[in-house]
Write a protein that binds this ligand. Structure first.
Ligand SMILES: Nc1ncnc2c1ncn2[C@@H]1O[C@H](COP(=O)(O)OP(=O)(O)O)[C@@H](O)[C@H]1O
Ligand SMILES: [Mg+2]
Length: 231
């Protein structure tokens, strides 16, 4: 836990207890990094007790984090209880979505464990060097990526899943291949939530348009390909 000392002071006592629990389970050793900091979450690089590289996403237990949870979280039917519980539920929800995405064959970090406000997943990168987001590293085949990302959107949709925050900030470029991360805003696809699917498609299309892609697949076509969502 030596390397953790630097970071422990930023966390509340619940979070520290949760880190200690995951360390004693051998799921994480020192938290190194951080490799990503959002306003209310931190992502650290670590290794498990078998020396495998992992990414550890910690949602801060704070009122601000609580406030940042999208209002549509209530559409998931889980926004109840105090903010500690809600943040833990939110973390678990993100983990379930990640598991689902992996199960259906989307390129995502491998889900490893979730405990309270901490999610452990496979590290996208190698030897401590993290893959960059597609914003920072645009060295990829535009045609191939577009095809892949659109097929991911459709596949997720067919399985009732919307990413909800799909953009080049949440896609990592690892060895020229796209990996989708950050399912914290994901949603079940229904007639009530399909606007979020449209937003994802629009974000992706605008981004690829800027990259020079001319033939874009419209939201309408994507919805038609998905067909069987819960109306
Ligand atoms: N599995 C991972 N492997 C490598 N880097 C990651 C991984 N998950 C997240 N990151 C890094 O952490 C940053 C923040 O993660 P993200 O899940 O997008 O959190 P936020 O909800 O704060 O946006 C990402 O932009 C990326 O740089
Ligand atoms: Mg993100």
């Amino acid at each position: 836990m030596q390397g953790n000392k630097t970071f422990l002071h930023v966390f509340d006592t619940h979070t520290i207890k949760n880190i200690v629990k995951l360390s004693s389970d051998g799921l994480i050793t020192n938290l190194l990094g951080p490799i990503g900091t959002g306003k209310e979450s931190y992502v650290f690089y670590s290794r498990d007790s078998h020396d495998n590289e992992v990414a550890v996403k910690i949602h801060r237990h704070s009122i601000l984090a609580f406030k940042q949870i999208p209002s549509y979280f209530s559409l998931r039917g889980t926004k109840s209880g105090g903010f500690l519980k809600v943040i833990d539920d939110w973390t678990r929800y993100e983990y379930s979505a990640l598991e689902k995405a992996e199960r259906i064959g989307i390129s995502v970090p491998k889900p490893i464990a979730v405990y309270r406000n901490i999610l452990i997943m496979g590290f996208i990168g190698r030897d401590g060097e993290q893959a960059q987001t597609a914003v920072k590293d645009s060295s990829f085949d535009v045609e191939e990526w577009y095809k892949t990302i659109i097929s991911f959107i459709i596949k997720m949709g067919k399985h009732g899943l919307i990413h909800g925050d799909l953009s080049p900030y949440n896609i990592l470029n690892f060895e020229g291949k796209p990996y989708i991360i950050d399912f914290s805003q994901s949603l079940k696809l229904t007639s009530l939530t399909k606007d979020y699917l449209e937003r994802d498609v629009t974000n992706i299309n605008n981004w690829f348009e800027k990259l020079g892609k001319t033939e874009l697949v419209s939201y309408k076509n994507i919805l038609e390909s998905i067909e069987n969502y819960e109306k």
